[in-house]
Design a protein around this ligand. Sequence first.
Ligand SMILES: [Zn+2]
Length: 108
Amino acid sequence: MSTWTSCKDAAKTVAEGLERELPFHRRVALKFHLLICSACRRYRRQVVGIHRLVRRHVNESSQSVVELDLATRQRFIEKLRQASVTIDAGTPAAGTPVIPPDGGSSHR
Ligand SMILES: [Zn+2]
């Protein structure tokens, strides 16, 4: 049994965590990985942000909630991951959120 989580595992755990409550040991493993890996921290923030945006958009545009199927989501995530790695390598300024944590939901 390994306590080490690779970036690949971390990404998978992040995606699954949006779907359902994860077992304790997986959440802990992810937490540890996020402590040492800034790329995955950024990735997670983006995935969670997009997940929220999609949710909200779907809720506003129709009554029924339509979920992306897992394959489509994985492809999305892969693209994002590649994009964020590219940004990471080219931009010295770290910690710039691509998506605001809370997109002014109470603004009216
Ligand atoms: Zn990582």
